[in-house]
Design a binder for this molecule. Structure first.
Ligand SMILES: C[S@@+](CC[C@H](N)C(=O)[O-])C[C@H]1O[C@@H](n2cnc3c(N)ncnc32)[C@H](O)[C@@H]1O
Length: 245
């Protein structure tokens, strides 16, 4: 159950409400509405982790468990998937019930990225996906994520990006302001709302934290050798680095 403190901010409450209705069709629609790109981005992020079968990875904002499952498929490692949405986690559990070989390597916990209930350096590696737009203080959250990773462990993330002007940015803008809400509407009120929300939310992130400043954020959180890969004309950004000694 989310704590009073954790649900306190408007941003936090909105994120909890937003994902409470998306779980049923999330895996299909997230791929469809990104024209099949978002599974590619996720695979690129997982490739940056380079875990071994004996290692333990924390996947924060695991949602329906797409990254957690990809990590186990690729590395046969153990994964803890953490998310603040009980609804998204319920969908992750349902999928795992049909995939026992993945299920035996994945644990799911309800929790908050801002305050992880884990010891320092408890995990070998950590992944997080589409998270920083939903937290009030990305710098503090990143530091908290880095805290639970052992020195030398890898931290990798995926976030939407802003395609370059002059050609792709206006097309992206039209898609996020008209195409996404329109397509979302076909799948009900919740998907219409997320379709309307996404474009402004992505722009707000980059207004506050342009890519260059995000790199500084990572370094400030104790993550070194930070790299970024922009994919699909800049629509997806994979960032990864190494937890400093
Ligand atoms: C867009 S989904 C990403 C799900 C999945 N990882 C993927 O690959 O698509 C974002 C997830 O972040 C979760 N989330 C947002 N803010 C969070 C926070 N502060 N702590 C934990 N989970 C959070 C939401 O509940 C949602 O499931």
């Amino acid at each position: 159950m989310a704590t009073e403190e954790a649900v306190g901010s408007e941003r936090k409450r909105s994120a909890l409400a937003l994902f409470a209705g998306l779980e049923r069709r999330y895996d299909l629609l997230s791929a469809l509405l990104s024209f099949g790109q978002d599974p590619r981005w996720r695979r690129a992020m997982v490739a940056a982790v380079e875990a071994s079968p004996t290692e333990r990875v924390l996947d924060v904002a695991t949602g329906t468990g797409l990254v957690a499952r990809e990590l186990v498929r690729r590395y046969h490692c153990s994964v803890v998937g953490l998310d603040q949405s009980a609804e998204m986690l319920a969908a992750a559990r349902q999928t795992l019930a049909r995939e026992p070989r993945l299920a035996e390597r994945i644990g799911l916990v309800e929790g908050h990225a801002e305050h992880l209930g884990f010891a320092d350096a408890e995990f070998d590696h950590l992944t997080f996906t589409y998270l920083l737009r939903y937290v009030d203080d990305p710098a503090a959250t990143l530091a908290e994520l880095a805290r639970v990773v052992r020195p030398g462990g890898r931290i990798a993330s995926l976030e939407f990006g802003l395609p370059e002007p002059p050609l792709w940015r206006p097309l992206w803008w039209l898609y996020t302001r008209i195409g996404l809400p329109g397509a979302g509407r076909l799948f009900g009120r919740d998907w219409y709302e997320v379709g309307r929300f996404l474009g402004p939310s992505i722009e707000e992130l980059y207004d506050r934290w342009p890519l260059r400043r995000q790199l500084e954020l990572w370094e400030g959180a104790g993550i070194s050798d930070v790299r970024q890969k922009r994919m699909s004309l800049g629509g997806g950004v994979v960032t990864w680095g190494i937890r400093s000694e």
